[in-house]
Design a protein around this ligand. Structure first.
Ligand SMILES: [Zn+2]
Length: 433
């Protein structure tokens, strides 16, 4: 095993309240030492002067598409895209083909991720067989195979009794439930946020209450069963208020995230029928964004994610109503957080990093997301001042070119990424060390 000494970087490690110039020594895949002016010999020395060193980012919601839709993305291409964004661990969503609702698919994902060897992939299993919402998955089977959570993401479980039973089993098996909150009958074919813009464009809207109702329902049933519930990609004022209230009452079993596009962009992105702006939940209005940012500031929201959802071009070169839902995001999430939350002064850089490292690790109960001595040596090194224009076609590792930030100027870029003590990414190149 090689050793790496990172010198003179500005280390931001929220778990240990570190925010200053420090050196980090990596040995045998673990953090060996953190301190000022370390003089230990190492196989490789990285001069991080002027750069920012953080724990490797952890993304709780990624659609890797493999098995079954390798035309959209593979575990390998998603892993490369993740590294380019400073991300060293992800939770893969189960809406693959076949659906990850059994031991064989979970084991396949773990084996592929291990063979690719670039990032850590934590597979999630489906709540219901085939994500059809009728029959429960063998929850203990997927957990024993290595699933870190169960979710039907992509859809919500519409049958409240099935959802209740899922929470009961999840409590018994001690596995996290991740809910995509949507009352489908109320969505009623909507394709974007219901409001002034949808009226202008003549497109059917998704009212905010679609999410608000489902968030309330999920919180109530999870609490009734004492299960751990993580609420995926929240986007509304009502959801924020419901989660804040649950936390105020001391329900520590409830955690929640925001996908970065939902604090950055409004539904006005849908003008000109830009299908990259079509996603679920939809981009909302400015009033909802302001409520989401308040929820980020007061820690109603624990984590930031991408909801990375790659598609092939024909599925987006469609009318807005027929186009696929989703945007890619692995290569841009750090820069979006830095550009839209830190630069305008909404939150500190350290708080932003905590919601992409130690907080998601806490939700998953994994020993990552920190630079503590003994922790896995997953480290991202960023240039937080570098300005760049997103070009999903020319400069992206993801097979999906459907990035809502395409053409936008962002600030902050990963320069080097270490995972498991080995340098895996440097200045735009993937390293197979
Ligand atoms: Zn979802």
């Amino acid at each position: 095993m090689t050793s790496i000494l990172i010198k003179n970087g500005h280390v931001v490690d929220p778990a240990n309240h570190v925010d200053g110039i420090q050196d980090i020594l990596v040995e045998n895949g673990k953090i060996a030492k953190v301190g000022t002016s370390l003089t230990t010999q190492a196989d490789e020395v990285i001069d991080a002067t002027g750069l920012t060193v953080t724990p490797g980012l952890i993304d709780l919601q990624v659609h890797m598409r493999e098995p079954g839709r390798e035309d959209r993305e593979t575990i390998e291409t998603a892993s490369k895209a993740a590294l380019a964004g400073g991300i060293t661990a992800v939770v893969s969503m189960p809406n693959t083909s076949p659906v990850a609702d059994n031991q064989a698919v979970i084991e396949f994902i773990l084996k592929r991720a291990h063979d690719v060897g670039l990032i850590t992939v934590y597979p999630s299993g489906a709540i219901s067989k085939g994500q059809k919402g009728h029959v429960l998955t063998e929850i203990n089977e997927v957990k024993n195979a290595g699933a870190i959570a169960i979710t039907d993401d992509g859809v919500d479980v519409q049958d409240e009794n099935l959802l209740r039973r899922a929470f009961q089993y999840a409590k018994t098996c001690d596995i996290l439930v991740m809910s995509h909150c949507e009352v489908e009958k109320l969505t009623n074919g909507g394709v974007m946020h219901e409001g002034w813009v949808s009226t202008q464009l003549g497109l059917p809207g998704v009212p905010a209450e679609v999410e608000d109702l489902a968030v309330h329902k999920n919180i109530m049933l999870a609490n009734m069963c004492g299960a751990r519930l993580h609420l995926l990609h929240n986007s509304t004022k009502g959801a924020t208020e419901a989660i804040r209230e649950a936390k105020r009452k001391g329900h520590t079993n409830i955690t929640a995230e925001v996908s970065v596009q939902h604090f950055a962009l409004t539904d006005e992105e849908c003008f000109h029928y830009n299908t990259n702006a079509k996603m679920y939940p939809p981009l909302r209005s400015q009033a909802h964004i302001e409520a989401i940012i308040e929820g980020i500031k007061d820690d109603t929201y624990d984590a930031f994610t991408t909801d990375h959802a790659p598609h092939i071009e024909p599925d987006k070169l469609e009318t807005f109503q027929n186009a696929a839902f989703g945007s890619t995001g692995l290569e841009t999430s750090f820069a979006v957080m830095n550009t839209y939350l830190v630069k305008p002064g909404h939150i500190s850089f350290s708080k932003g990093i905590s919601k992409m490292t130690v907080e998601p690790a806490r939700i998953l109960r994994v020993n990552k997301g920190t630079l503590s001595v003994g922790a896995d040596a997953d480290i991202a090194i960023f240039d937080t001042r570098q300005e760049w224009i997103v070009d999903a076609y020319k400069n992206s590792f993801s097979k999906g070119k459907n990035c809502i930030f395409d053409g936008k100027k962002l600030t902050g870029k990963a320069v080097m990424v270490i995972r498991g003590g080995r340098l895996k990414y440097q200045n735009g190149e993937i390293l197979h060390t």
